[in-house]
Design a protein around this ligand. Sequence first.
Ligand SMILES: NC(=O)c1ccc[n+]([C@@H]2O[C@H](COP(=O)([O-])OP(=O)(O)OC[C@H]3O[C@@H](n4cnc5c(N)ncnc54)[C@H](O)[C@@H]3O)[C@@H](O)[C@H]2O)c1
Ligand SMILES: [Zn+2]
Length: 360
Amino acid sequence: MSVARTLHGARIVIAQDPPEALGRAIAAQWPAHRVVILADATVAALHGQRMRSALAADALLTFPAGEASKTREMWAALTDALLARGCGRDTVLVALGGGVTGDLAGFIAATYLRGVPFVQCPTSLLAMIDAAIGGKSGVDTPTGKNLVGAIHHPGIVWIDPTFLATLPLAARREGLAEAIKHGVIADASYLEWLHAQMPALVDAAPLPRETANELVERSVAIKGAVVAADEREANRRQVLNFGHTIGHAIEQVSGYAVTHGEAVAIGMVAEARLAVRLGLAAASVPERIIEVVRAAGLPIALPTSLDRDAILAATRQDKKARAGTVRYALPAAIGQMAGAAQGYGIPVEEPAVRQTIAEM
Ligand SMILES: NC(=O)c1ccc[n+]([C@@H]2O[C@H](COP(=O)([O-])OP(=O)(O)OC[C@H]3O[C@@H](n4cnc5c(N)ncnc54)[C@H](O)[C@@H]3O)[C@@H](O)[C@H]2O)c1
Ligand SMILES: [Zn+2]
């Protein structure tokens, strides 16, 4: 196994060894602990038994797949299942699955008996390169997504790109939107690489191992570095919101018919155009993003059915909004975000946003 880096005490491993190596790593880090795996039903059916035996786990607890499971009710039901099994403080919870499983299991681990150790074993591309890195966990409420949660750092993040072999192509695209974001916010050469590899990345055939490894390595390096830098540079983490302020508004106004990855793709195009309008970036920046987003098979334009005023209104409710003006993470160039000196959350007056959305 190769240790990529340590982030807030979490050992982030891009695994080259079979899952038995994770079993040994857990046993070494928490001797005499009992392992309980949490997985959604889809991932449990595909990988549950294999992982249960590899980790010598006491139990595999499952719940229905999908965002609808990321609730306080499911947190309570799974917590009660752990209590009913008599799981004590010597329990290590392993989140085996996508971002829903990681967020839910992380929140359970943060609160169970005031906190038990936790391992992230992401199986979706989005979870490998985004959700499992950074320690945020939580659930949705009827008011909105991710409104109740905790920061609870896993001891180990075990990223095994071979899980991607069973991931449907649509779900792979959800992760690719975030990978493109990583290139735009931090690394122009990574964006070039993604563009060049895109035919293989969006092919229905399983990803070649080398390609999957490089994709995961480079994105994890970027997200990890941004999260780590957040401690030193106040608000560096805001750059991860690129594409997400308008993206979240699109998702919400569409009633989540537009997926997160699709909404972020459109949001990156819109916010890059906003940067051009504000004189922060050259026109070539949104043009370059459009080329790569298109190659990924992700949308670049707002569906005509979505109400532009409703999207504008929804940007105001985004959690980045403060005292009237909404703050945006905007690119200055490919690989470089604007605002390094005065802060990465750039306040933008509404007329500029309105015009940008109107032209989408
Ligand atoms: N904590 C964070 O910092 C953070 C960051 C980004 C996103 N998130 C959260 O992540 C969630 C989205 O993550 P997601 O897209 O992974 O969703 P998900 O967990 O629902 O997974 C997507 C689908 O893929 C299936 N799946 C996962 N791995 C598979 C595999 N290897 N083979 C076959 N099917 C597989 C799942 O069963 C599910 O149906 C959202 O709830 C979001 O809020 C959290
Ligand atoms: Zn996102």
